[in-house]
Design a protein around this ligand. Structure first.
Ligand code: G16
Length: 544
């Protein structure tokens, strides 16, 4: 076995986005591209000698090849041990769990999340730190800085490790343990939720569920936990086999891309409960029979019902949501007398709040919910949480959400995405919008008076770090909001996201279609940002 030092040239485009480095597979296959980024990560880790690293991915195309490279580079860079998921599989929340359980120095998760996969699809590399969470900005900045000056990387010349079964191997002096991908995670779920009660729900014969794993990473987890440990009938999990191209689908659990599930839940003889998760298993979509729960409402409902779940029976220290997420959870927090934090988009911003026990539950409008059990959002966790609440309350999903609105009022909410827009035009739209901000406060737009217009900036209450330019907000005096942001996860052109929210306390007005309820704000957004003109599109690509 030979330790090689390979000369290389920096790439200028290795700046991590909202969630790691995401590029197309052909980009990652360029000679030295993956190696440069991995070496930049390793160079940013202090005291890695002899330490433990976790490696796994969502099973997408290029996962296995990348893992072999990373293992050989880890061995050449002095790590003592690498834990790698069997078949190269580890969902993002399971990787977070394994990092924490084994006091690892960090982990590398290979995923482009909900982006499509396959030889022409997307690939991604995320680095998580020893708390199990996504690397904070100061770490990703250091990785990026390193990637711009790198001139060599280290790799061991050795045969590939067999990832097909659990086992222990040596790569040079480094130990490689191929671990069961599901075990630790399943045990953690069992410690949080009332499994016997959920099992009763499934075996009662009065409850049916459909879980769509979208041919992505949660298949093995859902089969084992739902059908294995919780007694749900076989067939409850659909699209449960991870495929390298996700069966040609777009593994994004929303009403557009999870259409198989949506058809079932909105069809005749629909089951009581439906859920879907994304490529790497950190996102979730929750459906009832003929009923969609927005991620923002889901966070609010889970917060209001948390004490029904064993893992949260003593209450919550606080909650947190990303800025564009609706303010529904704020109302619950207020009633519970707990703090509610508003962070920029990106799960990494929740890490400090969770570590400092300022927040117990966190959530984002982008179909992400999670808690302090790991340091990532967790798709299946949200599903088990809902199942636990359903089992205890005995009400339907729709009844639970409608009762919630009755108590707290309804935050109508929708996100309009314009995907693959020309980058410069998208930047121009934002600049044009921002230029109007000084004169907006006090103005009437339609029937609504602007209270504030600003560029969201976040000051982390734990480490004092400041993150600026996190989205343009226009807030109205009645609490409604329009937020404009450019996505940090797309790989082609720019994705413009427009988040719309209004508040309706009157329960006789809670049954409107959100697009109808939000129509005045959709009109204001168009007028003020000239979306059609700048994007050269007549309508959004995706509405959620
Ligand atoms: C990532 C981040 C989330 C973020 C989402 C959308 O999710 O972890 O925090 O909300 O992207 O980000 P953007 O609006 O910038 O595209 P995932 O599931 O893709 O890792």
């Amino acid at each position: 076995m030979n330790l090689k030092t390979v000369s290389t040239q920096p790439f200028s485009d290795q700046k991590p986005g909202t969630s790691g480095l995401r590029k197309s597979v052909p980009d990652f296959q360029k000679p030295h591209y993956l190696e440069n980024f991995i070496q930049s990560i390793f160079d940013s880790i202090d005291s890695k000698d002899g330490s433990t690293l976790v490696v796994g991915g969502d099973g997408r195309y290029y996962n296995r090849q990348a893992i072999q490279t990373i293992l050989k580079m880890a061995a050449a860079n002095g790590f003592g041990r690498v834990l790698v998921g069997c078949d190269g599989i580890l969902s993002t929340p399971a990787a977070s769990c394994v990092i924490r359980e084994n006091q690892a120095i960090g982990g590398i998760i290979l995923s482009a999340s909900h982006n499509p996969g396959g030889p022409e699809g997307d690939f991604g590399v995320k680095f998580n730190t020893s708390n199990g969470g996504p690397a904070p900005e100061k770490v990703t900045d250091a990785i990026y800085a390193r990637s711009k000056e790198i001139n060599e990387y280290k790799i061991l010349e050795a045969a590939d490790i067999n990832l097909d079964r659990v086992g222990s191997f040596k790569l040079g002096t480094m130990d490689v343990e191929v671990i069961n991908s599901v075990d630790s995670y399943a045990k953690l779920m069992e410690s949080l939720f009332d499994f016997p009660r959920i099992r009763e729900l499934f075996t009662s014969g009065n409850f049916r569920m459909c879980m769509d794993s979208m041919h992505a990473v949660t298949g093995p987890y859902a089969h084992e936990i739902l059908e294995g440990r919780l007694g749900a009938p076989e067939g409850t999990v659909m699209n449960g086999k991870p495929l390298e191209d996700f069966g040609g689908g777009h593994p994004d659990p929303n009403l557009v891309y999870a259409h198989d599930l949506v058809e079932i839940l909105f069809g005749s003889d629909a089951p009581d409960f439906g859920a879907a998760s994304d490529g790497d298993g950190d996102r979730n979509m929750i459906l009832g029979r003929n009923f969609f729960v927005t991620p923002s409402d889901s966070l609010a409902v889970l917060t209001a019902n948390a004490t029904l779940v064993p893992g949260y029976k003593n209450g919550l220290s606080g909650v947190a949501r990303s800025m564009p997420t609706s303010q529904a959870v704020d109302r619950v927090a207020q009633r519970l007398g707990i703090d509610c934090y508003e962070t920029p988009t990106g799960w990494k911003f929740f890490g400090n709040l969770l570590d400092a026990d300022k927040a117990t539950l966190c959530g984002e409008e982008s179909f992400g919910t999670g808690s302090n059990h790991v340091r990532e959002k967790d798709g299946l966790w949200a599903v088990f949480f809902w199942l636990n609440v359903l089992a205890v309350r005995g009400d339907s999903v729709e009844e639970i959400v409608k009762e919630h609105w009755k108590t707290y009022g309804r935050n109508y909410y929708s996100r309009h995405d314009y995907e693959e827009v020309d980058k410069e035009r998208a930047m121009d739209l934002m600049a044009h919008l921002r230029s109007q901000f000084p004169t907006l406060p006090g103005q009437k737009l339609g029937n609504y008076e602007v209270e504030y217009a600003d560029d969201f900036s976040y000051s982390d209450p734990v480490d004092g770090s400041i993150s600026e330019n996190q989205g343009l907000r226009i807030g109205f005096t009645d609490g409604s909001r329009i937020v404009f942001r450019l996505s940090g996860t797309g790989t082609k052109g720019a994705t413009l996201r427009i988040y719309l929210e209004s508040y309706e306390p009157d329960s006789s007005k809670h049954d409107l279609d959100p697009q109808e309820a939000l129509a005045p704000f959709i009109e204001i957004a168009e007028k003020i940002a000239q979306i059609r003109q700048f994007t050269e599109r007549n309508e959004p690509t995706v509405i959620t």
